[in-house]
Write a protein that binds this ligand. Structure first.
Ligand code: FE2
Length: 234
């Protein structure tokens, strides 16, 4: 899939192992994202969402499957591992577990927390890492992930806006408060300072909302009030 080669002789083996481990953790995140997107599409269907929203949800599933493949490709190219005894290791394997529909409130929380709020921060982290990175393979990985994040964020905001379209103002405010609090711990993983400085792994950017997402959040009732501290905006 990746057309870029990677020369491991430029780095210490210990650093390479930690970078590959970081990309495998990112692959695990993407694997969970596939499952989340698949459940979300089913939940939206159960809530009788429009064909346009269902189509957008289906595209998110396809994107996350590709992201999993991208992260696995980068990790395996940096640090190829021998097959596990008895069967080949497959970092791209999906293990989707069926679950009951989440219902309107649960779907709104997921759309807001994991998409409309989290994806812009992820995009900022990927863009910063890509700017620092001098390795074509890893820059390719960032570019593949980055090109979908803004669309996923606006999908989350659009679908959440549809979910809460009849909610009274106080319930929308409660949703914001819950989702902002829940998003504070998303994406925390072991830090590798040397790899982050070289752009080989993305560094976390904290709970911030870049300006481009704000117009998409306003229909949801985002205001500059107690539930939306200025610190989350930049
Ligand atoms: Fe993804």
């Amino acid at each position: 899939m990746a057309s870029h080669t990677f020369d491991p002789s430029r780095y210490a083996p210990e650093l390479l192992a930690r970078v590959a481990d970081g990309w495998r953790r990112m692959a695990d995140d993407e694997r969970r994202s596939v499952e989340r997107a698949a459940h979300l599409a089913a939940d939206l269907a159960a809530l009788q969402a429009s064909p346009a929203l269902l189509s957008a949800a289906a595209r998110v599933i396809a994107d996350e499957v590709r992201h999993l493949d991208v992260c696995s490709t980068v990790a395996d190219t940096i640090d190829p591992r021998p097959p596990l005894r008895g069967r080949p290791r497959d970092g791209r394997r999906l293990e989707l577990v069926p679950r009951a529909p989440a219902g309107e409130v649960g779907v709104a929380r997921t759309l807001l927390t994991d998409y409309a709020i989290a994806k812009p921060s992820v995009a900022a982290a990927l863009a910063a890492a890509r700017a620092a990175c001098r390795e074509p393979l890893i820059a390719w990985g960032y570019a593949e992930l980055l090109r979908d994040e803004a669309r996923h964020a606006t999908f989350g905001a659009t679908a959440a806006t549809w979910i809460v379209r009849r909610w009274p103002a106080h319930l929308r405010r409660n949703l914001w408060t819950e989702c902002l609090a829940a998003s504070a711990g998303i994406g925390l993983r072991p830090r590798v300072a040397e790899a982050e400085a070289l752009g080989l792994l993305p560094a976390p950017t904290g709970c911030t909302l870049p300006a481009w997402i704000l117009p998409h959040l306003q229909p949801l009732g985002l205001t500059h009030g107690p539930a939306n501290e200025p610190a989350i905006l930049h």
